[in-house]
Unconditional design. Structure first.
Ligand code: PGA
Length: 233
């Protein structure tokens, strides 16, 4: 049975009370070794969430990062600071970072290079396969561990809209990316799908060829929907 990944991206959707209570509920979810379950809360509460989930198998990751190390960057968050809190993985290049925070492909690729050369793991999001910097990945991915780099296909039009991509479309894109990865001998990199995943469509998506998991926004902030997705495997 292949390993599947479910990553809950809580974005800026929950206040402190709801974030902590969701994390407490998540402690009770039972799942086996074939599932890697991770959540990405806002960095403001990340320490508290890590503490709540410390005895569970749920990993807490960051939604983004700005720089590698400490420095004069007002409003920024760096890898060194996250590491101190026990965070060792981050999402990068989410379409909301690209469209609402104006992060360019170039900035995101620079950050990808930084993180591939750090001891952090990363979930790199893309909207169309042309965006993926395969050459950069090939030249900077030296760590062969399974989770160093995860790639997530997130069509912008499917994010938060309730419009999920068709299974045929998901399979076509994932297969194309997988074959590009094969060409650089990195076919083990997991490819997740994200965009309006919910308990009703998750089973079919997770059973699609070349889909190794899902990146879930809205549904991951509601305990019953998150458990519904976990139980749909
Ligand atoms: P959604 O968000 O599940 O609410 O569509 C997905 C994402 O942004 O990762």
């Amino acid at each position: 049975m292949k390993k599947l990944h479910i990553i809950g991206n809580w974005k800026m959707s929950l206040n402190r009370k709801d974030s902590l209570s969701l994390a407490k509920n998540i402690c009770s979810i039972n799942f086996n070794d074939h599932l890697n379950l991770e959540v990405a809360p806002t960095s403001l509460y990340i320490s508290e969430i890590i503490n709540i989930l410390k005895d569970s198998n749920v990993n807490v990751i960051s939604q983004n990062f700005d720089f590698e190390s400490l420095g004069s960057f007002t409003g920024g968050i760096c890898l060194d600071q996250m590491k101190e809190l026990g965070v060792n993985k981050t999402i990068l290049g989410h379409s909301e970072r690209r469209s609402k925070f104006n992060e360019s492909d170039e900035q995101i690729n620079n950050k990808l290079k930084t993180i591939l050369n750090s001891d952090f793991d990363v979930v790199y999001c893309f909207d169309s396969p042309e965006q993926i910097p395969f050459e950069l990945i090939k030249n900077n991915l030296n760590d062969n561990s399974d989770l160093k780099l995860t790639i997530a296909y997130e069509p912008t039009w499917a994010i938060g809209t309730g419009k999920t991509a068709s299974i045929e479309h998901i399979e076509e894109i994932h297969t194309k990316v997988k074959s590009n990865l094969k060409e650089i001998m990195l076919e083990n990199i997991p490819i997740l799908y994200g965009g309006s995943v919910n308990p009703t469509n998750s089973n079919e998506i997770l059973n699609t060829n070349n889909v190794d998991g899902v990146l879930v926004g809205g549904a991951s902030t509601k305990f019953d929907q998150l458990t519904g997705i976990v139980n749909s495997i």
